[in-house]
Design a protein around this ligand. Structure first.
Ligand code: NAD
Ligand code: ZN
Length: 360
């Protein structure tokens, strides 16, 4: 048995208002006056002065506002990298992502592509990155994906949706300030929160489970239940708890794997552009056969928070389109093996996957 030796985020600061310490965190990392810090910020904050005015800009530092409407694409990552190379004489001192999983993944990907030649599409896969990234910092403003701790940055490329998984991908620094999640719309709070809940269920019921993953997964699940089952309001404590649930959920899957919901959700996202959080909810809603207790509890939470789970997404799809989704889902072999064991290919046929997609 070969054990994986994986990197972790070496520095993390947690607390309500800790975002105010960003200037002192970044200062020692500035390489020169000509090497800027680049802030990749969700454009939802463009007019939110209370956040933007606290971003510590000096010298030639720059904010780039990015839309979170679509998930990150390789060609966008390449374009941002090329523009930075063009605009600045020196390589940036650091890339700081401020936003949800979308901004965090952009920040990781741009930091990697500043030191690795070619297109980010060439590095979609496992351990293809050759050179360390520039210093990069993740500052989540919504909780659930675990992108702040993970070893991947999920990108949609010309032929596949797959992350750049590498030892150089994790952030050098993460800033966990639950106050930053204040303005998240209710539905989105739930969808991204459920990404975390689903990470826990898929990890804790999977064949790859071990004590490391279990210890993080159980804590994360307990926090998710506090946030979504015990309460119907969103208070400061739930902001704090969901931020830590996301972290622990990410740590849990780091040493195990996700499962069927993620495999099917990647298919939906590849073909229809369905975003990760909501896509996971649409899929998980139909997985009672595989995750009976998790799905039952999920439905209770949906009801308690009065959430819409969209239906009818696949009703007009052609055979060809169903087959594209099925191909994407089936290509994620470790996820199926985690969920169903080594013999998963006998259990999960194309017909079965098609039937599940037809319910969505
Ligand atoms: P997101 O970044 O897509 O944001 C969702 C919505 O919430 C957007 O409209 C955004 O503008 C808004 N938003 C975020 N913070 C806000 C705030 N404080 N106030 C108001 N609005 C706010 O959401 P997400 O669910 O965190 O991320 C999904 C992305 O993460 C996908 O691209 C997915 O592929 C990726 N992901 C990555 C990993 C990883 O390990 N790298 C894991 C899971 C998901
Ligand atoms: Zn996920």
């Amino acid at each position: 048995m070969k054990f994986r030796n994986f990197p972790m985020v070496p520095r993390v600061i947690f607390g309500r208002g800790c975002f105010n310490q960003l200037a002192e965190i970044l200062a020692p990392k500035r390489k020169s006056q000509d090497a800027p810090f680049i802030f990749i910020v969700d454009e939802v904050f463009a007019n939110k002065k209370s956040l933007i005015d606290r971003i510590p800009l000096s010298h030639n530092d720059k904010i780039i506002f990015v839309s979170a409407k679509d998930e990150p694409k390789t060609k966008e990552v390449d374009r941002y990298r090329d523009e930075l190379v063009e605009e600045f004489v020196e390589t940036p001192s650091g890339i700081i992502g401020i936003g949800g999983g979308t901004m965090l993944d952009y920040a990781k990907a741009i930091a990697l592509m500043l030191t690795n030649p070619g297109s980010s599409a060439d590095y979609q896969g496992w351990d293809l990155i050759k050179n360390p990234a520039v210093y990069h910092v993740g500052i989540p403003t919504i909780s659930g994906t675990g992108a702040e701790v993970s070893r991947t940055t999920v990108l949609t490329g010309p032929v596949k949706k797959l992350g750049m998984n590498s030892d150089y991908t994790p952030f050098d620094q993460v800033v966990l300030d639950p106050e930053l999640t204040d303005g998240v719309p209710d539905n989105q709070w739930f969808y991204t929160g459920m990404d975390c809940y689903i990470h826990c269920i898929e990890s804790l019921t999977g064949h790859f489970l071990n004590t490391f993953s279990k210890s993080y997964g159980e804590k994360s699940l307990e926090l998710c239940r506090n946030v979504f089952l015990k309460k119907d309001i969103r208070d400061e404590e739930s902001q704090n708890e969901l931020m830590m649930a996301s972290w622990h959920g990410g740590m849990s899957i780091a040493y195990s794997q996700v499962g069927i919901a993620h495999a099917l959700s990647y298919g939906l996202s590849y073909l229809l552009g369905t975003k990760h959080g909501i896509g996971n909810c649409i899929v998980f809603d139909q997985l009672g056969e595989y995750y009976p207790e998790g799905v039952k509890e999920f439905k209770e939470m949906v009801k308690k928070h009065n959430i819409d789970i969209p239906k009818g997404l696949t009703k007009d799809l052609t055979d060809k389109e169903f087959n594209i989704m099925i191909d994407v889902a089936l290509s994620l072999e470790p996820l199926w093996e985690n969920a169903l064991g080594k013999g998963w290919k006998e259990i999960m046929t194309r017909k079965k996957i098609r039937e599940m997609y037809e319910l969505m």
